[in-house]
Design a binder for this molecule. Structure first.
Ligand SMILES: NC(=O)c1ccc[n+]([C@@H]2O[C@H](COP(=O)([O-])OP(=O)(O)OC[C@H]3O[C@@H](n4cnc5c(N)ncnc54)[C@H](O)[C@@H]3O)[C@@H](O)[C@H]2O)c1
Ligand SMILES: O=CCC[C@H](NC(=O)CCC(=O)O)C(=O)O
Length: 466
């Protein structure tokens, strides 16, 4: 086995060092622990999850620093991630009661019950951009439902993953119920292929989501939930002069928050014939962005992308847009030698057949169109379908936008990102497999069992007997 490390993207300091975990041992331990965990009353599982939320809050600052160091995201943003991790517990408890609870009724005079059962042992594979919040969004509902979980953090953020799992131990989660398998893509593949697994909950890139879908093709008996990327459009329309600056701030937030490393970041700004003032305002406000290390003072708006490989991928995609004839509005630059700190970049790609790919970094493509139907057509010209926003327009225009948008998150006068955990979160197209997470995660963490239950034997009403 080879040793591998995770490092601070700004300093290169080693933050975690280890070897690929033994997947077999982790799945066996989870299997051994799952039965007893599922048999514990729901109230006890809830109590442990609530204790976990308290432990997260008690360690919030330390946790945020681990996340900030390993991802490079600003400390203020890492703190919001930790807040979301703790808040997810109450949301998941409510969601489970509302979406996967117990219900009693009657069907044709017979008492009817609806209850849910856990799948068993579920793998959770996490991405690096929210190394705690997004896997946590699968782990909390999965554990509440009575599953055991084998969690593989991203190989870029093993320290954040291990830190979070440790907080469950502090909260009193029984041994084996949450196993951590550190490893790279091969470990993910081994987990996905493990015969003792009952399902896999994935957040990450569309390519990996597709590979997992293929790996699960012959296993309809196992649950697979995939949440992946986007090539998200933002249409800005009918913006009054007095609204241009506010609209530009929403575009900035949509495109460059987390250095563009959110699945919901806007990749494409679509404007009409009068959109020039807005594009100028976006460019001007982007010049004011402070990009820096997570602990810099003054606090940066955005940090680096996660590592040098990620920076090289963004640069390659940018170079291709420029080579195709894109008109540079603001260039993509390395801001600090030897680090993956990139500048916010804007390029006009109107009329170009640009690739329908997610550029996971601070790059905004501008597309100018003549009328709203063309804007809608451009917005939907993607294989992805995660998020879409309309900025400007009136209610009638928003209704048109909403009806025509092919995305799981459709906003008006709000950024494309910053989705609420109290709502379902997922996309269509290659952005997922119709198993939305967040508030709807309860749905894929348990299966429904419908029962007709008569306390006494009553003769069946038979027709057609001799
Ligand atoms: N829709 C969402 O909720 C959401 C949220 C956050 C990030 N994302 C997406 O995630 C991506 C960024 O994250 P990333 O680069 O860490 O994603 P990634 O797909 O490279 O990795 C995610 C996880 O899958 C594992 N993995 C990689 N290849 C695998 C394979 N063939 N089989 C099994 N496991 C494999 C990785 O080790 C990692 O743990 C972006 O595309 C972003 O849009 C989506
Ligand atoms: O990078 C992808 C996630 C982006 C984030 N979405 C959520 O946090 C969804 C809510 C949840 O999963 O609880 C965003 O929209 O900024």
């Amino acid at each position: 086995m080879t040793t591998w490390t995770s490092t601070d993207p700004m300093t290169g300091a080693v933050l975690w060092q280890g070897e690929d975990a033994d997947v077999d041992a982790a799945v066996s331990a989870a299997r051994a622990a799952q039965g007893a965990w599922a048999l514990r009353p729901l109230a006890e599982r809830i109590a442990i999850a609530e204790r976990y939320a308290e432990v997260v809050k008690a360690h919030a600052e330390e946790f945020a620093r681990v996340i900030a160091s390993e991802t490079g995201k600003p400390l203020w943003e890492a703190r919001t991630e930790v807040g979301t991790v703790a808040a997810k517990v109450a949301i998941s408890i409510t969601a489970q009661a509302e979406r996967a609870g117990e219900r009693h009724g009657e069907a044709a005079g017979v008492p009817q019950a609806l209850r849910h059962k856990p799948h068993g042992v579920l793998a959770v594979l996490g991405p690096y951009n929210f190394p705690a919040h997004l896997p946590n969004g699968h782990i909390v509902p999965a554990l509440l439902a009575g599953n055991a979980v084998v969690f593989k953090p991203s190989e870029l953020t093993p320290a954040a993953g291990a830190f979070m799992a440790g907080l469950w131990v502090d909260a009193g989660l029984p041994e084996g119920v949450l196993m951590v398998t550190q490893g790279r893509a091969d470990t993910g593949r081994a987990l996905a292929a493990h015969p003792e697994l009952d399902g896999l909950l994935f957040t990450g890139s569309s390519n990996t989501g597709l590979a997992l879908h293929q790996a699960f093709a012959a296993r309809p008996d196992r649950i697979l939930a995939i949440e992946t990327g986007g090539n998200n459009p933002l249409i800005a329309w009918d913006i009054a002069d007095a609204e241009v600056d506010a609209a530009a701030s929403l575009v900035l937030q949509s495109a460059f928050l987390s250095a563009g490393q959110r699945c919901t970041c806007a990749r494409r700004l679509i404007v009409g014939p009068d959109g020039g003032a807005l594009v100028d305002a976006v460019a001007a406000i982007s010049d004011r962005i402070i990009a820096g290390g997570p602990f810099d003072e003054p606090a940066p708006f955005m940090g680096p992308v996660v590592d040098m490989n990620a920076a090289a991928r963004v640069e390659k995609a940018w170079d291709a847009l420029v080579a195709m004839g894109g008109k540079v509005i603001r260039p993509l630059q390395r801001l600090r030698e030897g680090t993956p700190l990139l500048s916010p970049a804007i390029i006009d790609v109107t009329g170009l057949a640009v690739p329908d790919e997610e550029i996971f970094g601070p790059v905004l493509q501008v597309i100018r169109v003549d009328h709203f139907d063309a804007a809608m057509q451009a917005a939907n010209a993607t294989r992805f379908g995660l998020a879409a926003s309309l900025i400007g327009g009136d209610e009638a225009l928003y209704r048109r936008f909403w009806a025509a948008s092919r995305a799981g998150v459709v906003n008006w006068n709000r950024p494309t990102n910053g989705a609420a955990s109290s709502a379902p979160f997922g996309g269509v197209g290659i952005s997922g497999n119709h198993r939305p997470s967040a508030y709807y995660a309860a749905d894929y963490c348990a299966w429904p069992v419908a029962s007709l239950e008569s306390p006494a034997i009553a003769a069946a009403a038979l027709t057609g007997l001799r």
